[in-house]
Design a protein around this ligand. Structure first.
Ligand code: HEM
Length: 537
């Protein structure tokens, strides 16, 4: 037996591994030290008109790509927890650089400078193309100089979700939600309680269906039982789809999207047929849906490069916009009230004082103008909407301030949840805003004392701090409908039904850890058990 020979070859093999390990360690350490040095120089140096610093990294070439691929939400939250002192910084996924901005002075300037920074390039390529699966011909049209559709569709959403159109949507949503909950949870049990094993799942399903039915009509929701489930599989796969992974690596996400798009195409065809026959109820139609969706279909069907694929991707886009943040924010708006007896009493009293005893109808226009409910809603959005507001620099160069400039083509992201917890900046707007820490839920945060000692809602001075609905020309056009969806949900779950938690104290342990993820759905970390019954009073 040649023991010497095998020992030598094992040693050499080991040695190669050791050499490789040492080389990788040295290269990583040097990369970290060098990139850390560049970061410090750009952050603390005295130069002007320079690019913001790029976060230090360990891996040459790939830079932050591996950590982003593993969990972009967590990586961004860790970066903000460590470096989020207001200095803008780049993260760099193998050359694809994203600028993260938290300082309210910068945020305000970015949101107001629509001729220098635009949301549309990101929306066209990433959101419509990559996420919604829009055909290239439609995207080419959006990008063409003759297209005004980005602006037109914003105006259309705004027009159909405000004023009298909003009141019709509110009433339809109220009837739909009440009918659906009665049918699924209350009808069979008479006056007795019905168990809800998972309150968030109950709410997600009911709110998604009711909003979809209000917007798109009842026929599509009735004929597609896994609709809400598919929509949420798709929403929760946002980062996977935005990374552009091939189908075999994200088959569940692509499968859910394919089914949704296919149903929206059938829906479009059926509604077209009704329109041809002049049989559509233009106020709200079980097949063609709300006036908003009817008008939207007309707008998109007349555009070049569209066809039914482009229209279906737009329908998916609107439904995504109307549910992905609305469901978690509305859930917490309701849930924070449910678990706090004094809030519950106050909400119930607001609801009953705006309810007509003869018709049993709520006045949602008056309820949504109530300072207390406005503040309660704004606080829910501040704490529980975790989105990234995106812009792309379209001018040759954009100055964030007299120190940092960014080049054309740079993608800028504003993390709304972290901006909503940046204490120093909130305190400088109005010290009373941080009388209770921003990490806590405080329903009265947005209330101020107005003339004659009257309570008033105020978000004055907070354009760069409270970015739950974005800002500037692209500010969420559906925000009034979003707020009213919340108030309708309160009217249903407190006014028409009674909901009780089984173990309120135990459920507190399931609250999400606020600064662990920078974006994505904020839901309880486990099942919150509850029960429901019809209210008798
Ligand atoms: C709590 C609920 C909601 C939140 C937190 C929210 C938040 C946002 C944010 C942050 C943006 C990007 C704004 C910007 O870039 O400045 C946005 C855009 C948009 N939202 Fe909402 N939204 C909500 C509900 C809704 C609803 C219910 C609808 C309509 C049914 C809607 C329709 C839209 C549309 C169409 C856009 C794209 C605007 C554009 O073309 O740039 N949203 N929303």
């Amino acid at each position: 037996m040649d023991t010497n020979g095998s020992f030598t070859s094992s040693f050499l093999r080991l040695n190669v591994f050791v050499q490789f390990f040492v080389a990788v360690t040295v290269i990583s350490l040097c990369t970290r030290v060098f990139s850390g040095h560049l970061f410090t120089v750009a952050k603390n140096g005295r130069q002007h008109e320079i690019a913001p610093p790029t976060l230090p990294h360990w891996t040459p070439g790939l830079r932050h790509a591996l950590r982003m691929a593993y969990s972009a939400k967590r990586f961004l939250a860790q970066s903000l927890n460590k470096y989020g002192d207001g200095t803008p910084f780049f993260i760099d996924a193998a050359g694809e650089k994203l600028l993260i901005v938290l300082n309210p002075e910068h945020v305000r300037k970015i949101l107001r400078s629509s001729s220098e920074l635009d949301a549309n390039p990101f929306v066209h390529e990433k959101i419509l193309g990559q996420l919604m699966g829009s055909p290239q011909s439609a995207i080419d049209y959006y990008k063409s100089p003759e297209s005004t559709v980005d602006h037109d569709q914003m105006m259309q959403v705004r027009q159909h979700t405000s004023g009298s159109a909003l009141s019709s949507l509110d009433d339809k949503l109220f009837d739909t939600l009440k009918h659906n909950i009665t049918k699924s949870y209350v009808e069979a049990s008479g006056d007795k309680w019905t168990d809800i094993p998972d309150l968030y799942a109950f709410f997600e399903d009911q709110a998604t269906r009711a909003v979809a039915e209000t917007l798109l009509g009842s026929a599509i929701v009735d004929s597609y039982p896994s609709f809400a489930e598919d929509l949420w599989t798709f929403i929760e796969s946002t980062d996977t789809l935005l990374l552009g992974l091939p189908r075999f690596m994200a088959s569940e996400a692509y499968g859910a999207r394919d089914r949704l798009l296919s149903h929206f195409k059938t829906w479009g065809r059926q509604a077209d047929e009704l329109r041809k026959q002049d049989k559509v109820n233009t106020q709200w139609d079980p097949i063609a849906g709300s006036t908003l969706m009817q008008e939207r279909e007309k707008l998109y069907s007349s555009l070049p490069g569209h066809g039914e694929d482009g229209r279906a991707a737009q329908t998916l886009g609107l439904l995504y916009a109307g549910t992905s943040l609305m469901v978690p924010v509305t859930f917490w708006f309701f849930y924070e009230t449910l678990r706090n007896p004094s809030l519950r009493t106050r909400v119930y009293s607001e609801l009953t004082s705006h309810r007509d005893l003869t018709t049993s109808k709520y006045d949602f226009a008056q309820l949504s103008a109530t300072p207390f409910l406005q503040s309660l809603y704004a606080e829910s959005a501040r704490k529980y909407s975790a989105s990234l507001v995106a812009r792309q620099v379209i001018s040759p160069v954009f100055a964030l301030d007299d120190r940092y400039i960014v080049k054309q083509g740079t993608t800028v992201l504003i993390p709304s949840k972290f901006a909503g917890q940046y204490t120093a900046a909130w305190a400088s707007v109005r010290p009373a805003l941080v009388s209770k820490p921003l990490s806590e839920f405080w329903a009265e945060r947005f209330l101020v004392t107005g003339t004659a000692g009257k309570e008033r809602f105020s978000d004055a001075g907070l354009a760069g701090n409270w970015t739950s609905f974005g800002g500037g020309e692209h500010k969420c056009p559906g925000r009034f409908f979003a707020r009213d969806i919340g108030i309708v949900a309160l009217a249903i779950l407190f006014g028409e039904f009674e909901v009780e938690m089984v173990d309120p104290e135990g459920a507190r342990k399931l609250d999400p850890v606020s600064r662990r993820e920078a974006f994505g759905t904020m839901r309880p970390g486990g099942k919150v058990a509850a029960r429901i019954r019809r209210r008798h009073e």
